[in-house]
Write a protein that binds this ligand. Sequence first.
Ligand SMILES: [Zn+2]
Length: 92
Amino acid sequence: MKVVCKCGFVMSDSGSPNDMEHLLISDRQVEVLQDLVDSEVAADGEVQMWPEHWEESGATEILKCEQCGRLHVIGSDGRVSHVYIRDPDTEP
Ligand SMILES: [Zn+2]
C-alpha cells in the first residue's frame, strides 16, 4: 500500500519491518490477543500465527509519516479513514 501524506511524503508498507507502520490496540483487544496466543500455545506449544492473531484481535493499523509525523489511520477497507496531526500547543 502506498499513501501520500499531505506534506508530500510517500509512505509505502512494502518493506517490513519498518518504522512507519504501527498497530493501535485497545485494552479489550489485548485480552483477545492474549486469548488467541494462549489457545495456540495450548494446542501447538508455540506461536506461529502472530500476524493472524494481530488481525483477528482487531488491532488498527497506523502509518506515521516520517517527514511530518502525521498519523494515518487505516480503516477496515484498507484505506486511510482519519489523519491526525500534533497539536502545536503540545510540542516540546
Ligand atoms: Zn507527512
